[in-house]
Design a protein. Structure first.
Length: 186
């Protein structure tokens, strides 16, 4: 009998954790990498433990409440499905009001920085001559290949790191300049 009660409590908690993740994903309104979900829900905030979050992502994907795609860098991107939204609409009150408010506030304050970190990416690799090749990319949500990619050579690791930092801020301006001067030839 005690085992039945424990299982019932664990089942209710599991449902609540799934609803928390669905609520967060709906509020974000953008595809999220698995790492972003784990970092935000488990590390930055204590909404779901890390291990629970990993299993909830898997279960929600398997049941069709969220779906997974991959970008060109093989990052898994997750989005809430219509079925997930419908379920959430019916059961969101199982998430404590205070937690819903906390999550909503977090999304309002951080949505753009999360979006930027996923859409403007950069990597750098050391070349045989000691220089570094920096690959700068811009992704459009839900499209696996970059919509813009440029490679440049940097003389040192430090300059590659600086380019990486600047890219997050300057990507929209660079893209606009290139597009206006090369593609949009009105």
């Amino acid at each position: 009998m005690d085992n039945f009660i424990t299982n019932e409590i664990n089942n209710e908690e599991k449902i609540r954790l799934k609803l928390i993740l669905l609520f967060f994903m709906e509020k974000m309104e953008i595809p999220l990498t698995k790492n972003s979900i784990l970092d935000i829900c488990s590390i930055e905030n204590d909404w779901i433990s890390y291990m629970d979050c990993v299993s909830v992502i898997i279960e929600l994907n398997e049941t069709g409440f969220i779906y997974k795609t991959e970008n060109a860098e093989n990052d898994e991107l997750y989005s809430i499905t219509y079925t997930g939204r419908d379920c959430l609409a019916q059961l969101y009150t199982r998430i404590p009001y205070v937690l819903r408010e906390q999550m909503t506030d977090y999304v309002k304050k951080n949505k753009m920085s999360v979006k930027t970190s996923q859409e403007y990416t950069s990597t750098y690799l050391k070349n045989e001559d000691g220089s570094y090749t920096i690959t700068l990319r811009i992704y459009e949500p839900m499209i696996a290949t970059p919509m813009f990619e440029i490679k440049i050579k940097a003389p040192s690791r430090q300059s590659a790191i600086e380019a990486d930092k600047k890219w997050k801020r300057q990507a929209p301006n660079v893209y606009e300049y290139v597009y206006e001067n090369l593609v949009n030839t009105d």
